[in-house]
Design a protein around this ligand. Structure first.
Ligand code: PMP
Length: 291
């Protein structure tokens, strides 16, 4: 029997197109300058996890960059739901990008550009076998990024390099490090937020030039509800090395135990108790907070 290969449909500037169609012109500011923003939202059973929070984060960044955000939350949700239907993808990752639009290649903001906006629903990526149960390895990497990491811009080259180094080191993620007068401290992963546990206290880097992770925020709130003490502050490498547990969070990774950093084993190479407890509660939370 002949097999029909279904082409994925994507949303671009108000219309649906096959994914294979070239849509972004060479003059797009995102293509030329990385002048744009993105979001990644989890799709579970055809619904979207914390949709409004993700869109709010995008709106804030768009305001800062003075990129007009032309769609309402309802319009975006409706479009996302259409992508679920057309593409028959129920468990996936919704990628949304907005750029400043098309204009001749001069650095300053163009007078008349209209933003380019697109949405793609991809099936959930494959994850390493048993990673949530066994935990993952991470490497450390210098935080060579700029000072506006709290905006989710498409300028991701340092993150790309860090993740590639992780891959070459057979690790799942790279943790970015910076330095101050007190020593080396952690900021976040190349695409995740970082947590550690010491004597039952949860620690995570404060929101100081890092992305305000939607999962990070949810996990902090869950921990507080469980009466777990949470400290949002700089976490130094020397503290990290003696922490009882480490985990990372993101839309895709959820609550992911970390059992090794560079050559150093963490919590005897096994996921910690508090990590697994938060992982369980976050799974439950995911089933209750979609739109
Ligand atoms: N930090 C960075 C640099 C990221 O790219 C991501 C993933 N978007 C995160 C943290 C985690 O954010 P979220 O929980 O909103 O997915």
């Amino acid at each position: 029997m002949e097999k029909t290969i279904k082409t994925k449909s994507v949303f671009f500037n108000g219309y649906f197109y096959p994914e294979s169609k070239p849509l972004l012109p060479i003059l797009d500011r995102g293509v030329c300058f990385g002048d744009g923003l993105y979001e990644l939202i989890r799709c579970i059973g055809g619904k979207f996890l914390l949709f409004t929070r993700h869109i709010n984060r995008m709106r804030k960044s768009a305001d800062f960059l003075e990129i007009p955000f032309l769609y309402s939350d309802d319009e975006l949700l409706e479009t996302a739901q259409k992508l679920v239907k057309i593409n028959e993808i129920k468990d996936g990752e919704l990628y949304i990008e907005i750029t400043r639009g098309n204009a001749p290649r001069y650095h300053e903001f163009p007078e008349k550009a209209k933003p380019n906006f697109f949405m793609v629903l991809n099936p959930l990526r494959e994850m390493p076998d048993g990673c949530w149960i066994r935990g993952v390895k991470v490497i450390t990497f210098p935080d060579i990024r700029w000072s506006y990491c709290h905006f989710k811009t498409i300028n991701l080259l340092p993150n790309v390099l860090a993740k590639e180094m992780a891959k070459k080191g057979n690790a799942y993620e790279a943790f970015f490090m910076r330095g101050d007068e007190k020593g080396t401290y952690f900021t976040e992963g190349s695409s995740s937020s970082i947590f550690s546990v010491k004597n039952g206290v949860l620690r995570t880097p404060e929101l100081d030039n890092i992305l305000p992770g939607v999962t990070r925020d949810a996990v902090i709130n869950i921990a507080k509800k469980l009466n777990i003490k949470v400290e949002e502050r700089r976490v130094y490498l020397k503290e990290f090395k003696i922490s009882d547990e480490v985990f990372l969070t993101s839309t895709v990774s959820e609550v992911m135990p970390v059992i090794q950093m560079d050559k150093k084993k963490i919590s005897n190479g096994k996921p910690g108790f508090l990590t697994l407890r938060l992982q369980f509660h976050y799974k439950k939370f995911m089933q209750e907070h979609f739109q």
